[in-house]
Design a protein around this ligand. Structure first.
Ligand SMILES: *Cc1c(COP(=O)(O)O)cnc(C)c1O
Length: 350
């Protein structure tokens, strides 16, 4: 892309809100250090920029999924700690051994690979009931981890955003492990886990979602600030006559004359068809509902109540994550990570 071409859609990213969310989560983490999950390109915001803001806030522990993601942020790491959640494959070893990032070893094969390579400090993931990545807690042979230099022993909660029996069970299993497996630090809680209480914090917490404005549990609603605000430009204003329909499938019929704006945003940008009938755009406190289906690159909104709006004006997309999730049925995670490449990511400092 040529960088002097201005994009007709932008993500306004609030750096102060991001840092404030981290600060609040750090306080909720009590004595534990508070890290940050910046995988999936910082949940879609841009990993390098997220890293820069959180380093400023005082964060020193970061998590990515893969070594390709690690490579992207390593130049800006400034001595902070970086863990690679998916561990280390044969294909990664060469790079992994040359960088200060640590693999989170997830399987006996990964443990053996790291030992054979003489790899140095690492993290280890133990599965305490989620049955996703990690060594099984219940048949962990003491000899398996012998000889490893374990910086952080991790486990991950399956249901921390709900009141589920698995939370207490995973906590008990992990607590028992901390007495059996020696590591410099222990880490269990994601965003929602932090809100389950001090018992879940151990030495290091690993929030992702809540940093970016997601609400992991209702208790955080007054403290977590919206970080991501999509904005899109109006390409055309048009009149729709009574009885006419709008968009693919002619799913909306005007029962009166209305004024519509055709906006440069669509499902190819991550604004999915699930928003039809429930989503809206915002202008100076006015809520402008969607008309008809969302197309690949375009969405139509009702601007009858905003006569001043015209071609070239910008609208904010209603996208505070709990609301947008309720509207669309998409998870707050999907709403963030689905935001496409056509948005210009613009950090706003207030
Ligand atoms: C993604 C992830 C996190 C962050 O989870 P959130 O729910 O976004 O706070 C923490 N730990 C692990 C292992 C993860 O994969």
């Amino acid at each position: 892309m040529t960088d002097n071409l201005s994009a007709p859609l932008a993500l306004h990213l609030d750096g102060a809100a991001l840092r404030a969310n981290w600060n609040w989560l750090a306080r909720q983490s009590g004595k534990a250090q508070c890290g940050a999950a910046i995988k999936a390109n910082g949940y879609g915001l841009g990993a390098r920029e997220v890293l820069r803001h959180l380093l400023d806030a005082g964060c020193r522990d970061f998590f990515v999924a893969t070594w390709a993601e690690a490579a992207e942020v390593l130049p800006d790491l400034n001595g902070a700690s970086l863990s690679v959640l998916h561990g280390v494959r044969d294909e990664d070893l060469d790079f992994a051994l040359r960088t200060p990032a640590r693999p989170v070893l997830n399987s006996a094969e990964q443990v053996a690979r790291w030992k054979r390579s003489g790899g140095g400090p690492c993290d280890v993931m133990i599965d305490t009931g989620m049955n996703r990545l990690g060594l099984r807690a219940d048949d962990l042979a003491p000899s398996l981890l012998e000889g490893l230099e374990i910086e952080t022993l991790c486990s991950h909660l399956a249901c921390a955003d709900e009141d589920h029996a698995l939370n207490a069970l995973q906590l008990a299993t992990f607590s028992a492990l901390t007495r059996r497996v020696s590591a410099r630090r222990y880490s269990l809680a994601n965003s929602a886990g932090i809100l389950l209480g001090a018992d879940f914090a151990f030495d290091l917490t690993r929030p992702g979602l809540a940093l970016y404005g997601g609400l992991p549990r209702p208790a955080a609603s007054e403290h977590i600030k919206q970080v991501v605000r999509p904005h899109a430009q109006i390409l055309q204003r048009r009149e729709i006559r009574r009885g006419e329909t709008v968009g693919y499938g002619a799913t909306f019929t005007a029962d009166r004359p209305i004024e519509a704006a055709v906006v440069n945003l669509g499902y190819a940008d991550g604004y999915l068809r699930a928003f039809a009938g429930s989503g809206a755009m915002l202008k100076d406190g006015l809520r402008l509902p969607l008309l008809g289906r969302v197309s690949m690159d375009l969405t139509v909104v009702d601007v009858t109540l905003a006569p001043e709006l015209r071609e070239g004006d910008w609208l904010e997309v209603e996208y505070d994550l709990p609301t947008a999730s309720a509207q669309s049925g998409l998870s707050q995670y999907e709403l963030l990570t689905g935001l496409g490449r056509r948005f210009e990511r613009r950090w706003i400092e207030q």
